[in-house]
Write a protein that binds this ligand. Structure first.
Ligand code: GCB
Length: 602
C-alpha cells in the first residue's frame, strides 16, 4: 500500500517520470548484432559529448529534441546542450567528474557530427557498452533502447541520418534494479555512462551480420562454421578466404540467411598461449566484406582433463575486473588491456578469468594477441531474481550478445553462466536454461560457473547440483580470509561430486600495498602472501584440479569496501595495487606459476 501511494505521488508530481516509464524497455533485444564490428571501417563518435545530469529523469519529454532557443522565441526551453559541460566517450562519468563519483541516475549525452551517407547502404550506431539502460535518438528520432551494461549493440539509423549536419542524443541510466542483471548488490563499482567506444558503421544493403569460423575438434585441420547474411535473397554467395593458408571456399546462404563453411587446410599453426598465431580471414558476401584476425584451436574435456588442441593443460590464472590501471574507472582502451594482461603474463599466467561480466572487445583482442586463455562471464551474480521470467530473458539477452559478438576469439575457452549463486531448485533451473541456450549458440566451447562450496568439518565439498550441467566446475573459496586462518588450508581436504575438471575460480585475501607487518596481521602484504603459500600447498592435494584464478590481479573500486585507511572504497585483494605496486603475494604466486610447482604437470 505504501508502495502504491509512493508511486502515485511520484506520478502526479512528475509526469515526465511516467513518460520515461512508458518508454522503458522490457529487455529489448538490439535487432542487429555485428560480429567483428571493430574490424569494419567506421566513423568514430568518440570524444567530447555535451552532457546534462538529470537525476529526476526530467529530460525524457524533450531533451532528445536538442532544441535551441531562437532570438525572440518565448518557448520555455530549459536546457541547452551547447552550453553544457562535456564528458569523454568512451568513459564512465564517475571518474571524470568528482560530483559524479557516487551518482546513480540518468545522464544525457549529445554530440553533433557531419555525415555523408552513401547510396544503397544501411547505417548503424554501434555502442560498445552503455551501463545500464540507454535510449538513443538521431536528429530527434528515436533509434533504439537497450538494457545491459557490458555488451555491444547496434541501433539502425539509416532513416534518421541525413547528409550534412546531424546530432545524436543518448540517455544513459545506471540506476540499479532488483530485477536487473546484475541486481542491486555487487562487489564492484556501478560505473555509469557510455563506457565503451561509439561509432557509425555503414554496410551495403546486403551485409554480413554474424559469422562463426573455428577449427573443428579432432586431429585434422578442418575449419568450419557459418556466415549469416542479412538483406539478401536466399542464394547469396558467401566466400571465406585465409590467404596465408592459401585456402578459400565459396558457399550459398540458405533460406535462413546462413551459409555453412567447410575448409580443409594444411600447414595450420594452431593458436595456443605459447604460439598465439592469428590468421587474416576474409569473409565476403556480395558487396560486403570483412577481414577478421582469428586463431584456430580446439578446446574440450576428457574425464577430469581440459584439452587444448587435444593436449591436457593446467590453467594458471588470475581474475581481472575491467578496472583501468592507474587512472581508475572502467577499462576500455588497448593500453588498459595491455597493461592488465601484461601483468598477468608477468605473473606466469596462461589464463585469465574476466570477472564478472563481458569485457571490452579491446581486452579480447589483446588476449588473442598475447596468448591468454579467457573465461568470459555473464553478469548473473549472487542472488538475482531467479524466479522472474523477465530476469531470465534479460540474462539470456546478455548471453546472446556476449556469444554472438565474441565467438571468434580463440582466447575464449569458457563461457561462465554465473558467479556464487544460492543453491536452490529455481536457481538451478534458471542456470540450466542459460547453459542449454549457450550450447545451442556455441557448441565449441566449455560451459562453467563459479560455485559456492560447503564444508563438513575439515572437508570442503563441491556438490552443488548445478555441477551436473557444467563441463568444467568452478569453485570459490576464501580459507584464511573469510574463514579460519591461512593454516586452515593445511588440513582441508576436498571432495568433488563430479568427474569433471575443477578450477579454483577464486581464492585470496586483502592487503594494502606497502603495509608491512607480521604474517598473522591482517591487511599486511605478509598476511596475504601467507594465504597464498598455504593455498598453493593445498591445491596440490586436489587430484582433479585443472586450473586456478586467484582473486584478483589488481585492486578495484567497490562501494562495499569502506574500511578507512585500508580499503577507502577499494577491494584490496589485488596482487597489484590500482597504482601498479606489486604486493608480496604477487611474487609468491608468480614463483609457483613459473616454476610449475602448482598444478598437474602438462
Ligand atoms: C567473491 C565474489 C567477488 C568478490 C570477492 C571478495 O566471492 O565472487 O565478486 O569481490 O568474493 O573480495 O569478497
Amino acid at each position: 500500500m505504501k508502495m502504491l501511494l509512493t508511486l502515485a505521488a511520484v506520478a502526479s508530481l512528475a509526469g515526465t517520470n511516467l513518460s520515461r516509464a512508458q518508454q522503458a524497455p522490457e529487455a529489448v533485444r538490439s535487432p542487429i548484432v555485428l560480429t567483428g564490428a571493430d574490424m569494419r571501417p567506421a566513423t568514430s563518435l568518440n570524444g567530447e559529448w555535451a552532457t546534462i545530469v538529470d537525476p529526476y529523469s526530467n529530460g525524457f519529454s524533450s531533451y532528445f529534441r536538442n532544441q535551441k532557443q531562437q532570438a525572440g522565441d518565448t518557448r520555455p526551453i530549459e536546457y541547452d546542450f551547447s552550453k553544457s559541460p562535456t564528458l569523454k566517450v568512451p568513459g564512465d562519468w564517475n571518474t571524470q567528474r568528482d560530483a559524479l563519483l557516487y551518482y546513480e541516475g540518468t545522464v544525457w549525452y549529445e554530440r553533433e557530427f557531419t555525415y555523408q551517407p552513401k547510396e544503397h547502404t544501411r547505417i548503424f550506431l554501434h555502442i560498445g557498452a552503455a551501463n545500464y539502460r540507454s535510449w538513443f535518438w538521431v536528429n530527434g528520432k528515436k533509434v533504439c533502447e537497450h538494457e545491459g551494461g557490458y555488451t555491444s549493440f547496434n541501433c539502425e539509423v539509416t532513416e534518421a541520418i541525413h547528409a550534412g549536419g546531424n546530432f545524436v542524443v543518448a540517455a544513459v541510466d545506471n540506476t540499479r534494479h532488483e530485477d536487473g542483471v546484475p541486481t542491486l548488490k555487487t562487489d564492484w563499482w556501478n560505473y555509469g555512462g557510455l563506457t565503451r567506444a561509439v561509432s557509425l558503421i555503414e554496410v551495403p544493403e546486403t551485409f554480413i551480420d554474424q559469422y562463426d569460423v573455428h577449427l573443428a575438434r579432432g586431429a585434422g585441420a578442418t575449419i568450419e562454421g557459418w556466415v549469416h547474411v542479412v538483406g539478401g535473397e536466399a542464394g547469396a554467395k558467401v566466400e571465406v578466404e585465409i590467404p596465408e593458408l592459401a585456402a578459400k571456399t565459396a558457399s550459398v546462404a540458405g533460406g535462413d540467411g546462413r551459409a555453412a563453411i567447410h575448409l580443409e587446410v594444411s600447414g595450420l599453426e594452431r593458436w595456443s598461449p605459447e604460439t598465439p598465431k592469428l590468421y587474416r580471414v576474409k569473409i565476403s558476401a556480395g558487396r560486403d566484406s570483412i577481414e577478421d584476425l582469428i586463431g584456430f584451436r580446439t578446446i574440450e574435456t576428457r574425464g577430469t582433463e581440459i584439452l587444448l588442441n587435444g593436449k591436457p593443460i593446467f590453467l594458471r590464472g588470475v581474475c581481472i575486473h575491467a578496472e583501468a590501471p592507474y587512472r581508475g574507472g572502467r577499462a576500455y582502451s588497448d593500453k588498459d588491456a595491455e597493461t592488465l594482461l601484461g601483468w598477468a603474463k608477468e605473473l606466469g599466467a596462461n589464463y585469465v578469468r574476466l570477472a564478472h561480466y563481458p569485457h571490452d572487445e579491446t581486452m579480447l583482442r589483446a588476449a588473442d594477441r598475447m596468448g591468454l586463455l579467457v573465461w568470459s562471464e555473464n553478469p548473473v551474480y549472487w542472488a538475482i531474481q531467479f524466479d522472474n521470467p523477465k530476469v531470465l530473458a534479460k540474462a539470456e539477452q546478455q548471453l546472446d550478445e556476449e556469444i554472438e559478438t565474441s565467438r571468434n576469439h580463440a582466447a575464449i575457452i569458457l563461457w561462465s553462466m554465473a558467479n556464487e549463486t544460492p543453491n536452490n531448485e529455481t536457481r538451478t533451473r534458471f542456470i540450466e536454461s542459460l547453459a542449454s541456450h549457450a550450447r545451442e549458440l556455441d557448441a565449441t566451447r566449455l560451459i562453467t560457473a563459479a560455485l559456492l562450496v560447503r564444508a563438513e568439518g575439515h572437508t570442503k565439498i563441491v556438490d552443488d547440483p548445478l555441477g551436473k550441467t557444467l563441463d568444467v566446475i568452478g569453485a570459490n573459496e576464501y580459507i584464511g580470509w573469510y574463514e579460519q586462518t591461512p593454516e586452515g588450508a593445511d588440513t582441508t581436504e576436498w571432495r568433488v561430486a563430479y568427474d569433471k575438471p575443477l578450477i579454483m575460480s577464486e581464492f585470496g585475501g586483502g592487503a594494502k600495498a606497502g603495509l608491512h607487518g607480521a604474517e598473522n596481521e591482517r591487511w599486511t602484504e605478509e598476511y596475504q602472501a601467507d594465504i597464498y603459500r598455504h593455498q598453493l600447498a593445498m591445491f596440490n592435494r586436489i587430484p582433479q584440479l585443472r586450473g586456478l584464478s586467484a582473486w584478483i590481479l589488481m585492486d578495484f573500486r567497490s562501494p562495499t569496501r569502506n574500511l578507512a585507511g585500508i580499503q577507502d572504497g577499494f577491494n584490496r585483494k589485488g596482487l597489484i595495487s590500482d597504482q601498479g605496486q606489486k604486493k608480496a603475494a604477487f611474487f609468491v604466486l608468480q614463483k609457483a606459476y613459473l616454476d610449475r610447482t602448482v598444478g598437474k604437470a602438462e
